[in-house]
Design a protein around this ligand. Structure first.
Ligand SMILES: [Zn+2]
Ligand SMILES: [Zn+2]
Length: 252
């Protein structure tokens, strides 16, 4: 099993030392994770200690380490995104949409955006960014593709056609979808993406990775019972792995 989206530095909570990385590896090993990918948020690029990562990778016996980055997809910031995405010898790059019109949609202290916008319009703007992120060709993996549901603020009108259109773009782009268990720890209480959305991806042959989006060691592989049951139920039998940008697969 893999956990391919997690944060050691997190939001500046701790430095990227060998010891801190190995603390994550320890939990990963206990929970049957064979490959663990560290994917810090792009704004913490300068906190990624490549030497510490490489030493931890050598010392970690049971868990193979991978390095990625989670780039915040913001249209018009192409140059900055490219700089983040190419700064280090990553195994893969995640592109995630956290913003609509420049504002974060997942910050518990800044939920006003949901009051200011018509919810349907907000969802449309969000999924427009998701489609643009996938089709930009910049990223190997699309992070938590329905993050906008985080606070359970749903439009009254159905969003099926919006999701279908997004799944079409994702399939066309060839990007891999992040099945991310962090939603289980948020008000929405379910995996990103939802079962309906994941089924749309499955029907189009879109490959997946699995992740916890851990921001602390005890969160590594958290929620995997649920996300594994979900992907299996939907029909997935393999997941994607990366090494030096090369894709591989692992049986589920
Ligand atoms: Zn994210
Ligand atoms: Zn993340």
């Amino acid at each position: 099993m893999i956990d391919y989206h997690l944060h050691v530095v997190a939001h500046g909570d701790r430095p990227m030392t060998v010891e801190n990385i190995l603390a994550y590896c320890e939990v990963a090993k206990e929970r049957g994770i064979r490959q663990m990918g560290i994917t810090e948020h792009d704004r913490y690029l300068d906190d990624i200690d490549l030497a510490a990562f490489q030493e931890a990778r050598e010392r970690s016996q049971a868990v193979e380490l991978r390095l990625g980055i989670e780039v915040d997809f913001v249209p018009t910031r192409e140059e900055e995104m490219d700089r983040f995405a190419t700064a280090l010898p990553y195994d893969y790059v995640i592109g995630s949409v956290h913003r609509v019109a420049g504002e974060e949609v997942d910050h518990p202290d800044h939920k006003e955006i949901y009051d200011r916008w018509d919810t349907y319009d907000l969802y449309e703007a969000y999924y427009e960014n998701v489609r643009a992120a996938a089709l930009s060709g910049r990223f190997d993996v699309l992070g938590h593709p329905d993050l906008i549901k985080i606070f359970r603020r749903f439009p009254r009108k159905g969003i099926t056609s919006m999701l279908e259109e997004t799944a079409d773009a994702v399939a066309e782009s060839g990007i891999v979808v992040d099945v991310n268990a962090a939603g289980l720890r948020k008000p929405i209480g379910e995996v990103y993406p939802s079962r309906d959305f994941l089924e749309m991806f499955y029907r189009r042959g879109v490959p997946i990775i699995l992740s916890s989006d851990a921001h602390a060691p005890e969160e590594v592989a958290a929620g995997y019972e649920e996300s594994l049951a979900l992907v299996h139920d939907v029909g997935y039998r393999e997941i994607v792995t990366f090494k030096n940008g090369e894709r591989g697969t692992m049986a589920l």
